[in-house]
Design a protein around this ligand. Structure first.
Ligand code: NAD
Length: 437
């Protein structure tokens, strides 16, 4: 099938590439000329495991193309996916200006009938507005919703083996067209769920709201454990074996970030307010998370006192989560800014996200290519992102290198006794501090 993808970011590029990989003819359209030129020359603008190889293969075989030209990209495409960003606006609501702008452009330029599929995360009612915009054209287009559930860092796997595919349609024909398109990904009896566009739009937000709620819930419980001498990890094991609760998304930490949870939670709060309803649970989820992003800094101040001038902190992990270079709303940025404001210095390492942080913070901090290089000349280590390579460090080297022999672990990577056995003071989340005080 001929497909056009509008917006070649994390979602658009992964979706387009996976659809091309199973034989479709895909054109990815983006307004960012530098990004498109790079992709045409085989440069992948984001870090996503497995993506480069798939882009290279489908491009080489002519099934995957990149352009800035809308008319060229749309020519002959039966299905057009809208995958542009829907960032948070000043009011907290999702900013839909790009979604509507591309819908207008499709209405103006398309030469034959399209099924326009909104994949971007959008508030309920957006699909209806997109259809209204499309109906201004002389050609009769259709609009569907198909929210995306992929996780950065595992996006190819999530796209090709989805837990479920949700489509919101107004007619059976659109559902069948999308079922045909998704068939290669549904071979192991994965559910293809057909509903109204409104329910599909809502499903995406409710899924993210539920996951963010779990994170803020366990973080609040972790903070209570610290004050009551309970251990959140034991508590987590104690509740996780209850099949009604489970273990997923119940890891305490330094708060959630990324391009989705923070803005999506605020979009739901805003959607509720527009309907005269107060979303009390999600307001708390957001507030708990904002506070949790400062938890590591609070621990640092409790350890050292308010004045941090002259102290140098090694920071492991900048991306908002492992296996991505995405730093949007990353807890690491909150911490670094708090440390810099207090007069401290930062020596940072991240396997993939350093360039993105460099473009925001420049030379206000030092960037090191190896985790142990970041530790050299530092007084303490702070772990913000749980990259796999941080899980088994050489504690003896850490203890002999860190001037104050202190580790602040925002992701509970170690058994508390392990660093303490090397003379390190070890602070983590929701567990007692171990080692010398
Ligand atoms: P992104 O910012 O990485 O990509 C958006 C792309 O759209 C950019 O490349 C940008 O240049 C392009 N663009 C902007 N205006 C354009 C225009 N007028 N014409 C053509 N291209 C244009 O965003 P993303 O992370 O891929 O997210 C896209 C949508 O998917 C958002 O609504 C997001 O909430 C949702 N989503 C994201 C994820 C994720 O993990 N990133 C997961 C599920 C859903």
């Amino acid at each position: 099938m001929k497909i056009a993808i509008l917006g070649t970011g994390y979602v658009g590029l992964v979706t387009g590439t996976c659809l091309a990989d199973c034989g479709n003819e895909v054109t990815c359209i983006d307004k960012d000329a530098a990004k498109v030129l790079g992709l045409q020359q085989g440069r992948i603008p984001i870090y996503e495991p497995g993506l480069e190889e798939l882009v290279e293969r489908s491009s080489r075989e002519g099934r995957l193309r990149f352009t800035t030209e809308l008319a060229e990209g749309l020519r002959g495409a039966r299905v057009v996916f809208i995958c542009v960003g829907t960032p948070q606006s000043e009011s907290g609501a999702a900013d839909l200006s790009t979604v509507f702008a591309v819908a207008e452009a499709i209405a103006k330029v398309a030469e034959d009938p399209k099924l326009v599929v909104v994949k971007s995360t959008v508030p309920v009612g957006t699909n209806a507005k997109v259809l209204e915009i499309l109906s201004k054209a002389n050609i009769v287009h259709k609009a569907a919703s198909n929210p995306e559930f992929l996780k950065e860092g595992a996006a190819i796997e999530d796209c090709t083996k989805p837990d479920r595919v949700v489509v919101g349609v107004r007619d059976q024909e659109s559902a069948e067209l999308l079922r045909e398109l998704y068939a290669p990904f549904l071979r192991t009896e994965r559910p293809f769920l057909v509903m109204s566009p409104e329910s599909a739009e809502m499903t995406k937000y409710v899924a993210n709201a539920m996951l963010a709620t779990k994170i803020s819930f366990i973080n609040e419980m972790a903070n209570l454990c610290e004050r009551t001498h309970a251990d959140i990890n034991d508590v987590r094991r104690g509740i996780g074996h209850d099949v009604r609760i489970g273990f997923q998304f119940l890891f305490p930490g330094a708060g959630y970030g990324g391009s989705c949870f923070p803005k999506d939670i605020r979009a739901v709060i805003s959607m509720a307010a527009e309907k005269g309803m107060e979303s009390r649970i999600l307001q708390s989820v957001d507030a708990v998370n904002e506070a949790q992003k400062s938890r590591l800094f609070e621990k640092i101040k409790t350890h050292y006192g308010e004045k941090l001038g002259g102290k140098t902190f090694a920071i492991w992990g900048l991306a908002f989560k492992p296996r991505t270079d995405d730093i949007r709303e990353a807890p690491s940025l909150v911490l670094i800014n708090e440390l810099l404001r207090s007069g401290a210095k930062c020596r940072v390492h991240d396997p993939e996200a350093m360039d993105n942080v460099r473009s925001q913070l420049g030379d206000r901090i030092e960037y090191l290519d190896r985790p142990m290089d970041a530790v050299k000349g530092a007084d303490a280590l702070v772990i913000v992102t749980e990259w796999q390579e941080f899980r088994s460090p050489d504690f003896a080297t850490l203890a002999s290198t860190l001037r104050d022999k202190v580790v602040f672990d925002g992701r509970n990577l170690y058994e508390p006794k392990a660093p303490a056995a090397y003379g390190l003071t070890y602070h983590s989340i929701g567990r007692a501090t171990t080692g010398p005080r």
